[in-house]
Design a protein around this ligand. Structure first.
Ligand SMILES: NC(=O)c1ccc[n+]([C@@H]2O[C@H](COP(=O)([O-])OP(=O)(O)OC[C@H]3O[C@@H](n4cnc5c(N)ncnc54)[C@H](O)[C@@H]3O)[C@@H](O)[C@H]2O)c1
Length: 243
């Protein structure tokens, strides 16, 4: 929505099964965007998504937001010490390798314009342990690594930037699925000098990363978390502990 407000033309996508349940059609109407179904683990779907997007734009793509995550073991209630490796492979494929798949498809089709920008959403569990985030922590670490590795190649080839935004915990479908999420959101709020960043504020930040004003920023993990990642303790948390 924020990109549309700034004048962008958009194509929206989600997995075919999610399209049937989601609110995406309302958003599509509001931002005058076509919706193209694509399972991000399927290379044929991705090729079709890029073909249809380029047809819609009448040319190349300026920016891509990768906002995809799915922890199958988390969903099935399997603890980190009891991972099912079949589920785990799917988790890594959907949540991390999918960024490689998207970039690789764009690379093969030369779909992204010179100095384009790709942003993916991640979480600080890639750097520090948040036990209930479980296998998703490993998925995010891989996602951030692919951001650097592919960012190197795409930067050299076409000055395309690839970055991750590490967002505060936010109440969404995925966020809500994590055990003890409400208490955790309240804790993060108290440990962040600016408070938790909202989803809308995350969208604002992504717009800056899609703009030409950040054209020299690439291969970075950028914390958008109200200062949480740099804070050891706050007076509010100490007060809470003394109660
Ligand atoms: N909510 C939070 O607290 C939080 C914090 C930091 C980062 N993030 C990240 O933000 C991103 C968006 O998550 P969200 O919180 O909006 O949750 P969400 O569940 O609404 O978004 C995840 C999306 O991934 C899609 N998806 C799953 N499997 C797919 C597949 N095979 N092909 C295509 N799409 C598929 C889902 O349909 C869903 O729309 C994720 O990468 C998440 O890890 C979320």
């Amino acid at each position: 929505m924020r990109c549309y407000e700034e004048g962008a033309q958009l194509v929206l996508s989600n997995a075919p099964v999610a399209l049937r349940m989601g609110e995406i059609n309302k958003l599509a109407e509001a931002v005058k965007a076509p919706v193209v179904a694509a399972d991000v683990t399927n290379m044929d779907d991705l090729k079709k998504l890029f073909e249809e997007s380029m047809k819609h734009f009448g040319g190349g793509i300026d920016f891509i937001l990768h906002s995809i995550g799915m922890g199958l073991n988390v969903r099935k209630g399997k603890k980190y010490t009891e991972l099912d490796y079949g589920f785990n492979q799917k988790t890594l494929d959907i949540s991390a390798m999918s960024l490689h798949r998207v970039l690789r498809t764009a690379w093969d089709m030369d779909a992204i314009n010179e100095a384009g920008s790709v942003v993916s959403l991640t979480y600080i569990a890639a750097q520090r342990v948040f036990p209930d985030y479980s296998e998703m922590a490993d998925a995010k670490a891989l996602l951030e690594s692919i951001t650097r590795s592919f960012g190197y190649h795409y930067g050299l080839r076409k000055k395309v930037r690839v970055n991750t935004v590490s967002q505060s915990p936010t109440r969404t479908t995925a966020g809500g699925g994590i055990k003890g999420f409400d208490g955790f959101i309240a804790f993060a709020e108290k440990l962040s000098p600016l408070g938790n960043a909202t989803g809308d504020e995350c969208a604002d930040y992504c717009v800056t990363l899609f703009s030409d004003l950040t054209k020299m920023v690439t291969m970075q993990n950028l914390f958008h978390d109200g200062g949480f990642s740099s804070t050891g303790i706050t007076e509010e948390v100490i007060k809470q502990m003394e109660k």
